[in-house]
Write a protein that binds this ligand. Sequence first.
Ligand code: SAM
Length: 210
Amino acid sequence: MATNADYGDVMEARSKESLPQSLLEAVAVRELHYKTTSPDWQEGSTEPWVVNVLAALVIAINARTVVEIGGFIGYASTRLANALERLGGGELTVCEIEPERALLVQTALEELRLAHATYRVVQDDSLRWVPTLAEESVDFAWIDGDHTQTHVAQEIELLLPKMRRGGLVCGHDVHGVCRLDEVFARFPNSISLDLPRLGPAGGLGIIQCR
Ligand SMILES: C[S@@+](CC[C@H](N)C(=O)[O-])C[C@H]1O[C@@H](n2cnc3c(N)ncnc32)[C@H](O)[C@@H]1O
């Protein structure tokens, strides 16, 4: 367990009135991770606290149709599927470009043995897959695939017509090296939260579709 002494440099930074962002990165990440991480979390997965927010948002908007771009090992996928299960049903589709990872996500979802929610893992490039979705059919989208600005901007542009009114387009790594906050800021009704990071980027971008 970290003590105040561990945060000596943070205290010093605070006394120098450093930027809030640097405090966010330094203050509590180790302790938060220690308290919230779970055995299936791996480097490359979304931070556990961000995934908790995603699951809460899925439940808050009573989502029926959820999509995730970038499944990796299924850490976020399983939480999104469980959120749908708690709502009594719905469908999660995970789009993952790498075949081996798509299989890992499939296995992780199978192991949940869901009674109500359904899922599909699609091995494809998001830019090819998103256009195949029906217009106004998606309640919640989690973008966490290719993290380049151009790619994410294209994904959002493609996703917006697919979203239902009141739906949420969320994206990872908006702060830090990816600077995807600059992409989210181009869209109306958007916000980018800078949250403690476990890698060079983190945070949560949200666009509310009206
Ligand atoms: C950061 S990981 C995703 C982590 C996952 N969302 C989680 O929280 O557990 C990014 C994943 O996106 C996949 N990916 C990258 N570009 C993609 C694309 N164009 N379409 C679909 N998946 C993509 C990568 O293969 C990788 O598995």
